[in-house]
Design a protein around this ligand. Sequence first.
Ligand code: SF4
Length: 118
Amino acid sequence: MIEGYIHSIESMGLVDGPGIRTVVFFQGCRLRCRYCHNPDTWAMRSGKEQIFTPEQLVNKLLRFKPYFGDNGGVTFSGGEPLLQKDFLCEVLLLCKHAGIHTCIDTAGCGCGGYEEIL
Ligand code: SF4
């Protein structure tokens, strides 16, 4: 069973893509950018993260769908969402089937799996 480690979910994102968006902040990032706004997402496991299956996360996201309007949706940010690529792909597929527009906010540093940096 695939599970994802999620730092937090913001329901009213206005600057992370078009329209009104729900922003899902993934836990974990390998980079250590000096300007990082979210250093509390760096560790793969903080002890405070929420753990979801893809279905559980998309069921939660569906509750916000009425607020997306014509051009809103969900943005997957972090942290580095590509570090949990198998989970992310499942979530993206389920969102597509549910008619939810998606964006990914990434530094493109998704090589390897999170088990390598635990
Ligand atoms: S890639 Fe993003 S989350 Fe990771 S350290 Fe840099 S700014 Fe922070």
